[in-house]
Design a protein around this ligand. Structure first.
Ligand code: FAD
Length: 377
């Protein structure tokens, strides 16, 4: 919940959608209540998902006429530093933060589970959009008895102001790593991923050791508010883009009035696996001139050759436009599983050749111009 202290109004912004969608982001004039009174609405518990949703949609409908202006954020000093915050907490001395909420954000037909996790750092571990936190799961490192586990990195899925717009939290989008025996096909819990399971099983109030923030490659260049940003994601790779898009379309940030084009390509297995879809659909509805959103659902859609629809097939579909935008200085970002890159690079190379261009030269140029941003894991 964010309190605006704009001189002309006293307003309260409430994230009401399951993913804090802008459509359901409401601004209520001259109203006063305590944060506690919205407790059930904001409680993000995977088990109570149905109930929470119902309550949220009721609130949403009753205040549908409220204005959809941008949300006030605080503290604005988070805009001030000229230098990117980097490695404020290191593995030897991590910061102990607190879990605020863990919410399953995929539907029942999604293969696997992905959770949206809000962590309270009390403003002590500031970060910029596109950076990652490290997480040290509790327990002993099996490879180094007596030593803690190694750090796992997670892209931050919120803006620097966090989902509560007060600069005190960071959100992660975590896919639970499970292990299936290749021979029997049965799940083997003894080999389940340590950190992702710790995070997805965490409860509000649990402590979590974090390091960072880290990474500069995915920072959002803000020098030109009219720039084009082409964002390509598979699965949880959408995390940094959720941060960018909230900064562009949801938050009222005095020094960044985005008026360019943000184009998101998101590849997932099926519609139940879509992440933050309601939030993104809201931006599309409210900012059709500045936002494009294309999805590739590999298990539900076919590409033009009759195969599975992957994100590179969507890129191919729009390749003329994408190449023109790149020629005009667009930034292009790739985030998600490592395996996404070869297929995408092959597609871009083929399209370049069809256009009589050398992909190698083009790529060198894009890298040199700092238009090419890749973070895959
Ligand atoms: P680990 O315990 O590290 O295990 C890794 C894998 O090995 C698991 O699939 C596990 O099931 C399997 N395994 C375990 N034991 C065995 C065994 N004996 N034999 C065979 N296999 C075994 N992930 C996200 O979900 N969201 C993000 O936003 C995200 N951002 C990232 C950003 C960066 C820059 C990087 C580098 C990585 C990012 N990751 C992200 C990946 C994340 O860091 C972890 O690698 C991931 O969560 C798995 O960690 P884990 O501790 O759960 O699994």
């Amino acid at each position: 919940m964010a309190l605006s202290t704009h001189p002309s109004q006293m307003s309260v912004a409430l994230p009401t959608g399951i993913d804090g969608s802008s459509r359901s982001m409401i601004k209520v004039q001259s109203i006063s209540f305590t944060e506690k009174s919205w407790g059930p609405l904001l409680r993000l518990d995977s088990k109570s998902r149905k109930l929470s949703l119902k309550k949220r949609s009721t609130i949403c409908m009753s205040l549908q006429q409220a204005s959809r202006s941008k949300v006030s954020v605080t503290p604005l000093e988070l805009e001030d530093p000229k230098e990117t915050p980097l490695n404020l907490y290191k593995p030897k001395e991590p910061y102990t933060a607190t879990i605020v909420s863990v919410e399953r954000i995929v539907g029942p037909q999604a293969p696997g589970e992905t959770c949206h996790i809000v962590i309270n750092h009390d403003g002590n571990v500031p970060y910029w959009e596109g950076q990652s936190y490290g997480v040290i799961p509790p327990g002993e490192n099996p490879k180094k008895p007596g030593a803690p586990h190694n750090v796992r990195l997670y892209s931050i899925a919120s803006t620097r102001y966090g989902d509560s717009f007060d600069g005190k939290t960071a959100s992660l989008c975590v896919r639970r790593a499970l292990y299936y025996d290749p021979e029997t096909g049965k799940e083997d819990p003894s080999k389940a991923g340590v950190c992702s399971n710790f995070l997805c099983n965490a409860k509000p109030g649990d402590k979590v050791k974090i390091t960072g923030p880290s990474g500069k490659v995915m920072l959002l260049p803000e020098d030109d508010p009219k720039a084009t940003h082409i964002m390509i994601a598979t699965g949880t790779g959408v995390a940094p883009y959720r941060g960018y898009l909230r900064r562009m379309f949801m938050e009222n940030v005095p020094n960044f009035k985005f008026d360019g084009l943000a184009w998101l390509f998101l590849g997932v297995a099926n519609s139940d696996s879509l992440l933050y879809d309601e939030e993104f659909a809201g931006y599309l509805k409210d900012n059709p001139e500045n936002f494009r959103y294309d999805k590739a659902l590999s298990r539900e859609e076919k590409n033009k050759k009759g195969g599975k629809m992957y994100v590179q097939d969507k890129i191919e579909e729009y390749s003329d436009e994408i190449f023109k935008l790149l020629d005009n200085g667009a930034h292009i970002y790739f985030c998600g599983l490592k395996g996404m890159m070869p297929g995408i690079q092959d597609t871009l190379k083929r399209v370049a050749e069809e256009r009589g261009e050398s992909w190698e030269k083009k790529l060198t140029q894009l890298r040199k111009n700092k238009q090419w941003h890749v973070e895959v894991y």
